[in-house]
Design a binder for this molecule. Structure first.
Ligand code: 9MR
Length: 415
């Protein structure tokens, strides 16, 4: 009688098998690449890099293949006084990424916020501000030449109604400051991808249309623009649906640019989250990640930091938060598994490792254990374990005190 070779295999050999095929049980970046994306990444900031647990997760390239400096490439840090440039803090992040072999999205060259006071309080003419703008871009793009996959050249130039945001650049130079910024960036690094980056352009509407019109007008003038970054700062339950995100991404890529989700997080507008809210957060994350996976020329997804410990949300929106994939103590949100599922991964083996202790997660796929750890002694599925979803053949009865909760078509979880 035929006997499956697997049946005769020693347990340790089985574990090796898991290690040999990390894609099947892989983590975010590994899975994203297997699905055809270039990366799954995270933003980070200088202060966080002294947190060793944080750093070991961020450095793990099976989780994160791309880094965005959350702050220290911005104008206030890089040119604090006119024509005096300071790269030290930005370089800490770029060196970190390079040391780990991670791609860099460089962020950003022109933004109304985090500007030095010599810009915001200066006395400008059209000519002097254009000169200052060009000088800033020329110096920063030259300094980071060869290091960035992409630059967010202009950030958040539109209001939600599609009109131009009124800031010092718009007031002094007019809308022409945007083409000037793109032209200048292209001049100093011909191979870096040049992006326009904004929020509330993740669904059809006046602001997305304004961003699309910008792409069209730059291209019509022969000015290089390679991509549009959709920030994706969402609220649990108010995230656009998968179909609306898909049609929106296609409206951009149809113009001949690539797209990326550049600052994804999904925050709770009140805390603590309910069980149903955590499930909804998983659906919201999964819809966004799935939209990218299903869109040709969507190159990657970046979360705006991976842990609630360092999220920008609570300090900006009082009483809101829990927006990231990892909690403050580095345990995982249920949404993590929804993202894994949306990336085509099996949450089973991964979850048995990553949920058990934060430190196990830090050590990457080589510590992936068998699926048994998600099963309790009585044979039910332990809290956080997978209990359903397309193709799921494991246990479906959750341990006492937890309920098998639908997250998305591929994944239900004991919560
Ligand atoms: O995460 C950044 C936070 O630490 C800064 O205080 C803030 C300054 O305004 O900028 C945050 O990052 C923003 C990004 O650069 C552009 N899109 C919105 C992000 C969240 O505010």
């Amino acid at each position: 009688m035929f006997k499956s070779p697997l049946a005769t295999m020693h347990v340790s050999a089985l574990i090796s098998l898991v290690v040999l095929f990390p894609v099947a049980f892989g983590q975010l970046n590994t899975l994203a690449k297997a699905k055809g994306l270039m990366y799954f990444g995270s933003a980070t900031d200088n202060g966080e890099l002294s947190d060793t647990t944080y750093v070991s997760i961020l450095s793990n390239t099976s989780q994160f293949g791309q880094i965005t400096p959350g702050n220290t490439q911005k104008w206030v840090y890089t040119e604090p006084t006119q024509n005096t440039f300071s790269w030290t803090q930005g370089d800490v992040i770029t060196s970190f990424a390079e040391g780990n072999g991670q791609l860099l999205r460089c962020h950003n060259l022109v933004w109304y916020n985090e500007l030095p006071s010599w810009i915001t309080s200066g006395t400008w003419t059209n000519a002097t501000l254009i000169a200052a703008l060009k000088n800033h871009i020329a110096n920063e793009v030259t300094h980071y030449k060869g290091q960035c996959y992409a630059w967010d050249v202009v950030n958040e130039a539109f209001n939600d109604d599609g009109t131009y945001r009124v800031d010092v650049f718009y007031t002094t130079i007019g809308p022409e400051y945007i083409p000037i910024a793109f032209e200048t960036a292209a001049l100093y690094d011909s191979s870096v991808k040049l992006y326009y980056n904004d929020y509330n352009i993740e669904y059809a509407g006046a602001k997305a249309t304004a961003a699309q019109n910008l792409v069209t007008s730059l291209k019509a003038r022969g000015i290089k623009i390679d991509g549009v970054g959709l920030q994706a700062h969402f609220i649990v339950g108010s995230t656009p649906s998968l179909s609306s995100q898909l049609s929106n991404l296609k409206a951009f890529t149809a113009l001949g640019v690539e797209v990326a989700y550049t600052e994804l997080d999904v925050r709770f507008s009140s805390l603590p989250p309910t069980t149903a809210g955590l499930t909804q957060q998983g659906t919201d994350y999964a819809n966004t990640v799935s939209a990218c996976v299903q869109t040709t020329n969507c190159v990657g997804v970046t979360v705006w930091d991976f842990t609630d410990k360092y999220s920008w949300v609570p300090s900006t929106f009082s009483g809101q938060g829990d927006a990231c994939l990892w909690y403050t103590d580095f345990t995982l949100h249920p949404a993590y598994y929804s993202v894994v599922a949306a990336l085509g991964g099996s949450a089973t083996a991964t979850s048995s490792t990553v949920v058990s202790t934060a430190t196990t997660l830090v050590t990457s796929t080589t510590t992936t254990t068998s699926a048994a750890a998600t099963t309790t002694a009585s044979g039910t599925v332990a809290k956080w374990g997978q209990c359903g979803g397309t193709g799921w053949t494991g246990g479906t009865v959750c341990e006492s005190g937890t309920t098998c909760t639908y997250s998305n078509a591929w994944y239900s979880q004991c919560l």
